[in-house]
Each structure stands twice: as structure tokens, then as C-alpha cells.
Unconditional design. Structure first.
Length: 277
């Protein structure tokens, strides 16, 4: 009799072999002799994502390979089994956080404004597209900041300009986290990274969390180490508050921009939340 692991193994194999057909939930569930409801629950328990999301991951990875071969968006859509370029666009926005054209051009289609600013914790470079903040990093020099930005967006059109998106973001360095939804972000990362960063945004000002709790929140309780790696790759310092994640032992832990800076930020936030204590 087939066990649960074998069912999931068979389902994943079927999705990989037939993703160009874009099979629906019922079609995949039939392959493992389960109802769509029970298959959906079982698959998510084992794979950490729904069958639909897994199919999207496979489709995007295949489409990325075709885009690197310089195929047109229409041809990529057809070869991936999608009904048109609009579906390819929606798929890339949902999984990659960028359009297929932006991925194909390595950022060439992107126009990025950047500026430098002083904060209570050191100088920063902050960069934005028309969609939102794409990078914020603590830097020692402007040259270092520009080098980091070029490495992230090697073909983008960069111009030194302070825009309204940046101005909105800089308000949060004054301790005003009352309207976080107002700040728009334009992130590129793996689906796992985006999930981790989304979870970080839910940690309230002045509060702390741990790698294990974040892993639980994204329904990957055994992935604490991978969570730590994703946190270390956070491209938007402070606004995506990776500084609020510490080790379960209570030790502050590492920080991409320095443990001393992380300690200072946490102390400053605690002082804002609990003045006089």
C-alpha cells in the first residue's frame, strides 16, 4: 500500500513532468488517488507550500532558463504552458517580485533613484524604483554604497535623486512606525527569502523574535538555519527589521551591518518604547 511519502514523491514527479500542461489540483490528486481536499493538506504538510505554488515555482524556473536564452516573452509563455504573456507577467511578479522583462534584462529596464542620508546609526544609501524601496544599506563611504547598488542591479539606469518614496522611508528612523503600510518595497529574492522578509515586517517596533519563531511563522519549523541565511540576505536594512531577530538563548547574534550597530538599534528602539526604564 502506498504511504504518504510515496504519494508526495509521485505528485512532485508528476508536476515536474507535466508542468507545461499546467494541471489543476484535481488532476494531480487523481494521480495519487486522493480527494483534492486531502491531497492539498498532505502536500502542504510535506512540501511546505500548496501544489499550485509548487507548480508556479517550477514554471518560473523553467521560464527563467528560456529568458536567459533570449526568447521572446510570447515564446516563453507558450513553451511554459501559459495562456499568454499576461499570465507570465503575473507569475513573475508573484514569485520573483519583478516582471519577466526586468528579469531578462538584468535590471536594464529599471530606473533607480538613489541618495545618501544620515541616520542615528550611521550613513546609509537608499534606492528606489517606481514601485518602491529596493535597497537600503549602512555604508562607510558613498563609493562603497554605489558599488553595492551596482552589484545588485548591474544594468539598471541609476540617478542620484531623492524621491517621495525615500522620504517616506526615512521617517522611520525617527521612531515613527505608526504607518508602516505607507512604505512600498520592491524586492527581488527567492520565494523562501520573500516569505522570511514578509514575516520580519510583522515584528512590532521595540519587540524581538528568534530564528525559530520566524521558521514557525512561515510553517517551516525545521528551517531555522535557512531562515538565518535569508535574514542575512535582507536588502533593505532597518525597514525590514532583521535586527529584531536574536538567538533563542537571548544572545544578540550576527547582523549584516555589524553586531555593535544591531545592539545600538535595539537599545534605541527599547528607549523609544519604554522611556525612563
Amino acid at each position: 500500500m502506498i504511504n504518504d511519502y510515496e504519494r508526495i514523491e509521485k505528485a512532485i514527479g508528476y508536476l515536474k513532468d507535466h508542468f507545461k500542461e499546467q494541471p489543476d489540483l484535481e488532476a494531480v490528486a487523481r494521480q495519487v488517488h486522493l480527494s483534492p481536499y486531502h491531497f492539498q493538506r498532505l502536500f502542504k504538510d510535506w512540501a511546505g507550500v500548496s501544489p499550485k505554488k509548487f507548480l508556479q515555482f517550477i514554471s518560473v524556473e523553467y521560464a527563467k532558463g528560456l529568458l536567459r536564452q533570449d526568447l521572446s516573452l510570447a515564446d516563453v509563455s507558450y513553451e511554459t504552458g501559459l495562456s499568454g504573456t499576461s499570465r507570465l507577467h503575473d507569475l513573475f511578479i508573484g514569485i520573483e517580485g519583478m516582471t519577466p522583462g526586468e528579469y531578462k534584462n538584468g535590471g536594464e529596464a529599471l530606473q533607480i533613484n538613489y541618495s545618501f542620508a544620515e541616520t542615528p546609526f550611521g550613513d546609509i544609501i537608499i534606492a528606489s524604483t517606481a514601485k518602491g524601496i529596493c535597497q537600503l544599506a549602512f555604508v562607510q563611504t558613498e563609493e562603497e554604497g554605489l558599488k553595492t547598488l551596482y552589484q545588485s542591479f548591474p544594468q539598471a539606469l541609476l540617478q542620484q535623486k531623492t524621491d517621495i518614496l525615500q522620504q517616506d522611508a526615512l521617517r522611520f528612523f525617527k521612531g515613527d512606525w505608526s504607518d508602516l503600510q505607507r512604505v512600498k518595497l520592491h524586492l527581488k529574492g527567492s520565494p523562501f527569502q520573500l516569505k522570511v522578509w514578509e514575516s520580519l515586517l510583522k515584528i512590532p517596533f521595540g519587540n524581538l523574535s528568534t530564528y525559530g519563531v520566524i521558521a514557525e511563522n512561515i510553517e517551516r519549523p525545521k528551517a531555522s538555519r535557512a531562515v538565518g541565511t535569508a535574514i542575512g540576505a535582507n536588502p533593505v536594512a532597518y525597514l525590514i527589521p532583521c535586527h529584531r531577530v536574536i538567538r533563542s538563548s537571548g544572545i544578540i547574534g550576527d547582523y549584516h551591518w555589524g553586531t555593535v550597530r544591531k545592539t545600538a538599534i535595539l537599545g534605541w528602539e527599547a528607549g523609544k518604547c519604554f522611556p525612563g526604564e
